[in-house]
Design a binder for this molecule. Structure first.
Ligand SMILES: Nc1ncnc2c1ncn2[C@@H]1O[C@H](COP(=O)(O)OP(=O)(O)OP(=O)(O)O)[C@@H](O)[C@H]1O
Ligand SMILES: [Mg+2]
Length: 332
């Protein structure tokens, strides 16, 4: 069997090797895991690795983007509902926990759950039983829970946006994905691997490319606020824009140079923030569209937004139809 870790989670810096060792170990024990780390550091990949290295590997891995669940629907999405439980409930639905039976339920962006949803989740975690919305039967379940968040949950506990008791229940086994800028030589290693993949994918369509040493130096200097996702997209975008055989795109000066004054700092901050927001927005919309199986109206409902505003976002990020369109979009 191909090693799921080595084939998906790339990197060999000591910092990352430590994380991989933790993942292998955590996978063996059937405990709840809480994965932290900045956006784009590989939290979801890490969760998948834990699942596929565990004894539950042959059972489902069910990802749930908590940020994409309208508050009113959280409980029915997770626990299911009986027919007629609420206005739209024409049929009974088993819910995501039931879908994950025997396997792993991955609660992504768990910090976005409302306090009401947190209370429901806590009840479930206490005894692993639940009832469908509108149902009376108590159901037992055997699922492993992995939660992830890029927020500082301890801070959210202090400001009373996140329940302390829920944090303790989730954080049985904490795992933190390190930011790319703290992973030493991994930036270059990953960049080379992404470039090799592109050279393979576009063989015959564009000259085989390599990095200019100046670009390699810039990649090392840059702080990568969007982490591996940002690196991957940056290389893809520059690759597609480059006509020759040597990639020497510049990372914008102000992004890689240290800030030397308030103005510069503000620009850097604003740009980084805009990028992170765009990244977030795109993955949020993408995950809603996946959950809604490509149906914009349904995805808009899940987001609690009106269809036309949501549809604009879908088109902005070119998430409207075929998956290959998503591949092509290297514009953020
Ligand atoms: N170690 C890695 N090796 C190769 N690719 C990686 C690695 N870590 C992350 N990636 C890639 O980077 C992208 C982001 O990863 P992932 O979705 O797991 O991050 P995340 O931490 O869940 O981000 P977010 O907080 O924004 O949801 C994905 O395309 C993933 O395949
Ligand atoms: Mg994620």
């Amino acid at each position: 069997m191909v090693d799921v870790l080595e084939s998906s989670l790339l990197g060999s810096s000591p910092q990352f090797a430590h994380v991989l060792a933790q993942i292998r170990r955590i996978a063996k024990f059937d405990v709840t895991v809480l994965i932290g780390g900045e956006t784009g550091t590989g939290k979801e990949l890490g969760a998948r690795a834990v699942h596929y290295l565990s004894a539950r590997a042959a059972q489902p891995f069910v990802p749930v983007n908590c940020g994409a669940l309208a508050d009113s629907l959280v409980e029915s999405e997770l626990f299911g509902h009986e027919r007629g439980a609420f206005t739209d409930a024409r049929h009974a639905a088993p819910g995501l926990i039931s879908e994950a039976e025997g396997g792993t339920l991955f609660l992504d962006e768990v910090d976005t759950l409302s306090l009401k949803a947190q209370a429901a989740l806590l009840r479930f975690l206490q005894d692993r039983t639940y009832r469908r919305v509108g149902g009376t039967q108590t159901r037992h379940t055997n699922v492993r829970l992995i939660a992830a968040s890029n927020a500082n949950l301890e801070e959210l506990v202090k400001t009373r946006h996140f329940r302390r008791d829920l944090l303790y229940r989730l954080k049985v086994m904490p795992l933190v994905m390190p930011p790319l800028r703290e992973r030493g030589g991994d930036v270059i290693q990953l960049a080379q691997i992404f470039l090799e993949r592109l050279n393979r994918d576009y063989q015959g369509h564009t000259p085989v490319k390599q990095f200019h040493p100046d670009l390699l130096a810039a990649l090392k200097r840059y702080s990568w606020p969007g982490n591996i996702r940002e690196l991957e997209h940056f290389i893809q975008r520059e690759y597609l824009m480059c006509e020759g055989a040597v990639l020497n795109a510049e990372l914008p000066q102000d992004r890689s140079a240290p800030p030397d004054g308030e103005e510069r700092y503000n620009t850097v901050f604003k740009q980084a923030k805009a990028r992170v927001i765009a990244d977030f927005e795109r993955s949020y919309v993408a995950s809603l569209m996946t959950r809604a199986r490509g149906n914009i109206s349904r995805a808009a409902r899940l987001a609690g937004q009106d269809r036309s505003a949501f549809s604009k976002l879908v088109h902005k990020y070119r998430l409207a139809s075929e998956p290959e369109q998503e591949q092509d979009s290297a514009d953020h």
